[in-house]
Design a binder for this molecule. Structure first.
Ligand code: ATP
Ligand code: ZN
Length: 225
């Protein structure tokens, strides 16, 4: 099952990266139609299968060698890498290149009434986040003690709901923070979408196809610059 002759590429099923991931592959000449109900979309003109999954599942699928390539936010990749290293699971893959979409930053934010001087102002606070590993790395580097409040969604409402003192969440324009009476104090990670490859040995044919796709991606992105 896991040794498919066709190249497997995991992309986000639905969310902020889906449209642009599909568009990028189409611009590279991969012809496919997505059926919203289906996990897999087969390309008509190349031996490629697209796996449409939750973005959080993509790094693990690539690191375990279940799929050959994945398109994912660097934030999710890095978070999963730290998580897997701690758990002693395979955590290696190769980042082929950064892409030209999915730009965002992982930032710390606190309520408007909070008086923030520097990162030390966070000492002893409870911080809500979906990225506990990236948050811990930043706080350890700064030598700040804090507590976690792990939330997969609705992170931005946690302070108002009395669940946390601050948050560590993805920001692009800052409009969501503002709407929730929060302001950004520290950027802890800057992210773009990227394309990653499994470190599992590839057949010569698959590697040749990967090289072809990558060289087309380079061309597409150069043309859009
Ligand atoms: P899924 O259902 O696949 O788990 P999700 O809700 O976790 O989706 P999205 O909100 O679709 O994820 O975001 C996917 C990725 O898009 C993020 O991990 C990040 O890399 C990127 N991104 C770009 N801008 C933003 C933003 N403003 N907020 C959140 N993510 C953003
Ligand atoms: Zn997700």
């Amino acid at each position: 099952m896991s040794q498919s002759k066709r190249l497997r590429i995991a992309i986000q099923k639905s969310g902020r990266l889906s449209k642009e991931s599909q568009q990028l592959l189409k611009s590279c000449g991969v012809k496919f139609n997505v059926n919203e109900q289906r996990l897999i979309a087969h390309a008509d003109n190349m031996p490629i299968d697209l796996l449409r999954v939750r973005d959080d599942d993509i790094p693990g699928l690539v690191m375990d060698g279940v799929v050959d390539l994945g398109i994912i936010g660097e934030n999710v990749l890095e978070e999963e890498q730290i998580e897997r290293q701690l758990a002693g699971k395979p955590a290696e893959c190769t980042k082929l290149r950064e892409l030209d979409f999915g730009s965002c930053r992982l930032s710390l934010a606190v309520p408007n009434e909070f008086e923030y001087k520097d990162a030390n102002s966070l000492e002893g606070l409870r911080i809500a986040t979906s990225y506990p590993n990236l948050l811990r790395r930043f706080m350890q580097e700064k030598g700040i003690n804090y507590s976690d409040c792990m939330l997969k969604g609705s992170v931005e409402v946690a302070p108002r709901a009395g669940l946390s003192d601050g948050i560590c969440d993805l920001v692009s324009t800052g409009a969501t923070l503002e709407a929730n009476g929060l302001y950004e104090t520290e950027v802890i990670y800057r992210s773009m979408a990227c394309i990653i490859q499994s470190n599992k040995t590839q057949s010569t044919e698959k590697q040749a196809l990967i090289n072809k796709i990558l060289s087309r991606i380079n061309g597409v992105i150069r043309a859009r610059e």
